[in-house]
Design a protein around this ligand. Structure first.
Ligand SMILES: C[S@@+](CC[C@H](N)C(=O)[O-])C[C@H]1O[C@@H](n2cnc3c(N)ncnc32)[C@H](O)[C@@H]1O
Length: 300
């Protein structure tokens, strides 16, 4: 109401109710995150300063964001940032909002890099760069290549790498799957969180605000995994790994798509106990024939 004096607590109360009526599950949290963003403070400050009155300008900026959130724009697109693996990442509508489930993939990639000298990682479909950047922050001597079909996403990924001081150990290439990196092979690790929603599959309204290429994999998401596994085989060092995020509950189907050159090594479950990450190891190349030993099929 014009001229009305509203303090932090009252604004939060009203917004929480409004969001809940709009069907937003995280109504209170979202109200707080957006208000903290508008006031330029940490969330905890909303409670220590709960009776602080909001100025007309603050209220007007907050209301504009609240309306957009009620229309189901993801919070991260409104604030421009998302916390991932303890890093604050830049996020725009050009990239998928990084999900906490994907942190399991980063953890496993870090674990598998231990003991390797200057490990090399390829992140296919890097989006915000969350996986590659979080990995490079942990693996100090590691180098990475990040690819995506979206030039706009690669720009965001590069900014995130710069923000966290790892850009000098990374490169960003536009193109389909492993195709832009053939000349840079072999990699020790190939990682990907592929678009895995099938057309017509029910998603929450926020997903519909995310880039189509980041969410939907065309007619059949299984085909994407199949191409990914085949391509990864071409660019992974013998004994190296491929790690992919899984649509929860389809681990057997996806594992069955691994071509012969891969050996399934591990399935990691997420915080909800759903199978979430698949890791496979590339079989070592067959030993070259020793001197004097004829290759099978060779003419004598
Ligand atoms: C599910 S998002 C994952 C983004 C990010 N890695 C994450 O975990 O938040 C999939 C990403 O793959 C990209 N992508 C889709 N098709 C691709 C393809 N054929 N080759 C390379 N990247 C692709 C999309 O643009 C999108 O950024």
């Amino acid at each position: 109401m014009p001229g009305e004096r509203l303090d932090v607590l009252e604004v939060l109360r009203r917004t929480e109710r409004y969001f809940a009526e709009a069907g937003i599950e995280s109504a209170r949290l979202d109200a707080e995150v957006l208000l903290a963003h508008v006031l330029g403070v940490e969330r905890i400050r909303l409670y220590t300063g709960h009776d602080r009155p909001l100025s007309a300008a603050e209220l007007s900026r907050y209301r504009a964001l609240v309306r957009r959130r009620a229309a189901r724009e993801p919070v991260a697109y409104l604030t421009g940032v998302k916390e991932f693996h303890s890093l604050s990442l830049k996020v725009t509508p050009d990239v998928l909002v990084p999900r906490p489930e994907t942190e399991h993939l980063v953890d496993l990639a870090v674990e598998l890099s231990r003991g390797l000298e200057e490990p090399r990682l390829l992140d296919i479909g890097t989006g915000s760069g969350c996986i590659a950047v979080a990995w490079a922050v942990e693996v100090k001597e590691g180098r990475f290549t990040a690819t995506d079909v979206s030039a706009a996403a690669l720009e965001v990924a590069r900014e995130n790498a710069e923000r966290h001081g790892v850009a000098d150990r990374g490169e960003f290439l536009e193109g389909d799957l492993h195709h832009p990196v053939r000349s840079r092979a072999p990699f020790d690790l190939v990682v990907s969180n592929p678009p895995y929603v099938a057309p017509g599959e029910v998603t929450d309204p926020e997903c519909r605000r995310e880039p189509e290429a980041a969410v939907f994999a065309g007619e059949d998401p299984a085909r994407f995994y199949e191409r990914l596994f085949r391509g990864a085989l071409e660019v992974t060092a013998p004994g190296g790994h491929v790690l992919v995020e899984l649509p929860g509950g389809r681990e057997e189907e996806i594992a069955s798509l691994l071509p012969g050159g891969w050996v399934l090594e591990r399935i990691v479950r997420d915080y909800h106990r759903l199978p979430r990450v698949l890791a496979a190891r590339r079989r070592p190349d067959p030993a070259p024939p020793s001197a004097g030993q004829a290759e099978p099929g060779a003419r004598s």
